[in-house]
Write a protein that binds this ligand. Structure first.
Ligand code: ATP
Ligand code: MG
Length: 565
């Protein structure tokens, strides 16, 4: 049974709002799709009318700042922001890059761009000048709104020399240092924003098929790809926030994600506001599990979502030091969650983590919905928004237990939530999406109860002595050993076997001094004991940290490249 009762916003967009079983959900999840849907007007502003005093955003920072904004407050502030953008010459269809970290203004900019029909391109602050030039040119970016931080503004300013389409630069200070001067060539948000004229809603803002948002993928397997989403994408996330995060109007939800990662719109905006929940933001520079747990305690966060990597570090903490009694619901996605992590977190908190699977290209695609009992290590079951197929390389359909690629059947049309394509890259789009099927590039199998189990990215699957070995299974086996905090399993080329299995391992602090042959043997025996022995890692390397994307995903490709050199 789900939480929501009498939620007017959800009733407006779904033919049925209460579901009590998986079958019920599969049969009766139907969207009511308006002729033109615009999240900012149709959800955020509507909440402002219906529940003006409801808390939309609770923003805090590690500098001790705190801002609480109601839906009414948000309507007013985003109207002002939209007017400000119009005054800068930004209008419908213009591409606007947002490099705003977790600054409060990211939410204003996202909603304001939606209100004027301009396209938001959130990006990470780690980009170099070269990365920014690439994005500016690929997307014909017209304006860049970025944090007023020396590194970022320098990269942005230099990028403009090689980006003929960029006309407008805006620098945004943190809430504390409002008055720091902005570099030459930049508009000063804090000076100009309060002076913005009254907002007049443009007559025509968007159609449902227009591009609303573009995100780059994480770049886990190669160069990030530019994903274009239409206006209905936001509607698709109703399921993410209401039925995966299981939020209602009383929830305070924290998703740990940089705003430059697609996960930010999964967990920090659309779905949460459909539910009428409060989005909790902690604007911080460097992640530590302890810091996050301290703010969760202080602000009584009820619902938490983070990629597995964050939980792996949380379970190393002393939970007795934190009061997380307000926490009710925890979710994870972005990478596979090892059962050992699930179990330890459950032992510490009594909370069963609900895993989900999806991509920048989609909304939540497979997931553990409230009425599904989680099986540790499984991603859950299909979201009925999508028609999921598991396909073998020859195109035939997998039986239960057989491994295949997770595909979305689009022969009946593009489902709500699925991307439009890779922007200005029809070839790449065609490679992933053809003949009525979108190929996710991820391999999984389904058990007889309909649960899906992740095997690995197609590129990460190891072919050794005629076996196909999924890294996740070996990693899961290693994770049950107390010495292992994190690990990545990859294939190393081998003349005899084609590939041999290698594990790159980060050890727990108290085990570091024991790194050596004896521990290698012990871990190898441990894997042989936990899973079929042919999968054990013949090579083990101990490292201080694994190569990761900004979203915290392990880049196995980087380990492979290093080993191939
Ligand atoms: P790139 O496409 O640039 O290589 P990426 O695929 O990591 O990067 P994202 O769109 O952020 O970029 O991530 C989607 C991918 O994350 C999925 O295709 C899948 O490989 C992985 N993923 C997401 N959720 C899960 C999960 N629950 N279990 C295993 N893998 C997951
Ligand atoms: Mg991808």
């Amino acid at each position: 049974k789900t939480n929501i009762q009498n939620n007017k916003m959800i009733e407006r967009y779904l033919t049925q709002t209460q579901f009590s079983s998986e079958e019920d959900f599969r049969e009766h999840l139907h969207f009511i799709v308006p002729d033109t849907f615009n999240f900012a007007y149709d959800v955020m502003d509507e909440w402002a009318k219906e529940a003006p005093d409801k808390l939309a955003l609770l923003w805090t920072s590690e500098r001790g700042e705190e801002v609480k904004t109601t839906f009414a407050g948000f309507k007013e502030q985003t109207d002002r922001t939209a007017a400000y953008f119009l005054s800068l010459g930004i209008s419908r269809g213009d591409k606007v890059m947002l490099i705003l970290k977790r600054h409060y203004q990211w939410w204003l900019a996202m909603m304001a761009l939606c209100k004027i029909g301009a396209v938001a391109i959130p990006a990470t602050h780690m980009l170099t000048k070269k990365d920014i030039v690439y994005r500016n040119r690929r997307a014909s970016v017209k304006a860049i709104i970025c944090v007023n931080d020396e590194y970022v503004t320098t990269q942005v300013r230099q990028s403009v020399l090689e980006s003929p389409t960029v006309e407008v630069l805006v620098a945004v200070n943190s809430m504390v240092q409002r008055d720091s001067p902005v570099p030459e060539g930049f508009h000063d948000w804090h000076k100009e924003w309060p002076e913005a004229p009254a907002f007049v809603r443009p007559e025509e803002v968007n159609t449902n098929g227009d591009t609303m948002l573009m995100y780059f993928t994480s770049g886990t397997s190669g160069e990030p790809k530019m994903v274009a989403h239409d206006y209905l994408y936001a509607l698709g996330h109703l399921v993410t926030g209401v039925f995966w995060h299981n939020l209602d109007g009383n929830g305070i939800h924290l998703t740990v994600a940089d705003t430059g990662w697609g996960k930010a719109v999964w967990g920090k905006l659309y779905g949460q506001w459909f539910a009428g929940a409060t989005v909790f933001v902690y604007d911080h520079e460097k992640f530590t599990a302890g810091k996050i747990m301290r703010v969760m305690e202080k602000y009584r966060v009820t619902s938490f979502c983070a990629p597995p990597t964050i939980y792996r570090f949380m379970i190393q903490e002393d939970f007795a030091k934190y009061d997380l009694s307000a926490l009710e619901y925890c979710t994870t996605a972005g990478e596979a969650l090892e059962p050992a992590v699930y179990q330890k977190f459950f032992n510490l908190t009594g909370i069963r983590m609900m895993e989900g699977f999806g991509q920048t290209e989609t909304t939540m695609t497979l997931g553990t919905f409230p009425w599904i009992k989680p099986k540790p290590g499984s991603m859950g079951k299909p979201n009925p928004q999508y028609d999921i197929r598991l396909l073998k390389p020859d195109g035939s359909v997998c039986e239960d237990g057989e491994k295949g690629e997770i595909c979305i059947d689009t022969s009946a049309g593009k489902p709500i939530g699925l991307f439009k394509g890779y922007y200005r890259d029809p070839e790449l789009t065609e490679r992933a999406w053809h003949d009525g099927l979108y190929y996710t590039g991820d391999i999984a199998w389904r058990d007889e109860d309909g649960y899906y189990w992740f095997v690995g990215r197609a590129d990460d699957v190891i072919k050794s002595s005629g076996y196909r070995i999924g890294p996740f299974e070996v990693e899961s086996a290693l994770m049950t050993h107390p010495a292992v905090v994190e690990c990545a399993v990859t294939g190393v080329p081998d003349v005899v076997r084609g590939m041999v299995v290698k594990a790159t391992i980060v050890l727990a602090d108290e085990w570091r001094s024991k790194a050596g042959d004896a521990l290698v043997k012990e871990l190898q025996n441990h894997v042989k004991h936990e899973t079929a022995p042919y999968k054990y890692p013949r090579i083990i390397e101990f490292v201080d940290a694994l190569p990761k994307t900004i979203s915290g995903k392990i880049r196995r490709v980087e380990i492979r490249e290093r080993d191939n050199r």
